[in-house]
Design a protein around this ligand. Structure first.
Ligand code: FAD
Length: 270
């Protein structure tokens, strides 16, 4: 449980962070909330030579709404997102999901950018961002690019991010007035989801139903063609590939996906 030795560099601007990442490439890792990276380092699954601590970058902590788009700074912490009045009004699904992650300590350290860059299929915000048709804004030495959430989660813990790139912002179309809901089934309240379902405006994102967060497309198509909620929810596990592990078999996860989707769609429609 002791990490391999590493060098630590605290940066004070985005430009400085990008310069350090460009200089060190694959030897460096961005440190945001540290709540995924540090456990991996302690287990020696990650052995970066240099940690680039971006925590001081307050310029990446904000929620703004402009022309129907909600922009969230990548270093915004879950606690701040959950209590942000602008986010609660314009992207209530994301504000709610941020408040359902882990425990208070995790919510005071973990960042939206870190959660997305980590790309764990068991994490909550990636599925919520997928359902929200979100976009990640990424900066690196070659400039800025936008990656739709649907193209960001390539595999377990795998994204198109280059080692010298930083997620700087997350954008979603404003969800004002859309029905939304989040259902998370856990063994204990502070646990990771065995299965989670994020719904907004008839779009459905699934937590822990494959190696990446996925959309329940069969359910979405059924809803779009006018099927009743019960019928659409019965299709929630179509195309999913959940794992079996001691806490839940794949069949149990599929059952949960159907039940939780029905609950979430019912709440969202109320
Ligand atoms: C006890 C515990 C319970 C938890 N429960 C849950 C839960 O219920 N649901 C849930 O979703 N998550 C849960 N988590 C994970 C938590 O949400 C983490 O905070 C999150 O996975 C990573 O965010 P972070 O800011 O801590 O990132 P870090 O751990 O600092 O970084 C994670 C990875 O992302 C990279 N990275 C970070 N920020 C950026 C950026 N801006 N640009 C590019 N790369 C970046 C890092 O280099 C690293 O590879 C839990 C964690 C713990 C320790």
């Amino acid at each position: 449980m002791i990490p391999a030795s590493f060098t630590y560099r605290r940066v004070s601007t985005v430009d400085e962070a990008l310069a350090v990442l460009a200089e060190h490439g694959e030897d460096a890792k961005v440190l945001a909330g540290g709540h995924s990276l540090l456990p991996l380092m302690k287990l020696r699954f990650a052995t970066p030579e240099l940690l680039v601590d971006v925590a001081p970058l307050d310029e990446l902590r904000y929620v703004r709404v402009e022309d129907g788009t909600v922009a969230i700074g990548a270093l915004s912490r879950y606690h701040d997102l959950h209590s942000d009045e602008v986010l609660r009004e314009h992207a209530p699904l994301l504000a709610h999901v941020a408040g359902a992650i882990g425990d208070p300590q995790v919510r005071h350290r973990g960042t939206i950018g870190g959660s997305l860059a980590h790309a764990d299929a068991a994490a909550d915000l990636p599925a919520a961002l997928l359902a929200s048709d979100g976009v990640l804004v990424v900066r690196g030495p070659r400039g800025e690019r936008e990656i739709p959430a649907g193209e960001f989660f390539l595999g377990p813990f795998t994204t198109p991010l280059e080692p010298d790139e930083l997620v700087t912002e997350v954008r979603v179309p404003a969800q004002t007035g859309l029905g939304w809901a989040f259902e998370k089934f856990t063994r204990r309240s502070i646990d990771w989801a065995i299965v989670g379902v994020a719904v907004v405006g008839g779009k459905v994102g699934l937590v822990n139903m494959a190696g990446t967060p996925i959309r329940a497309t069969a359910t979405e198509e059924a809803l779009a063609s006018g099927a009743p909620i019960a019928e659409a929810a019965a299709l929630a596990a179509e195309g999913a590939s959940p794992v079996s592990e001691p806490h839940a078999s794949a069949e149990y996860r599929e059952h949960l996906a159907r039940v939780l989707t029905k609950r979430a769609l019912t709440t969202a429609a109320a």
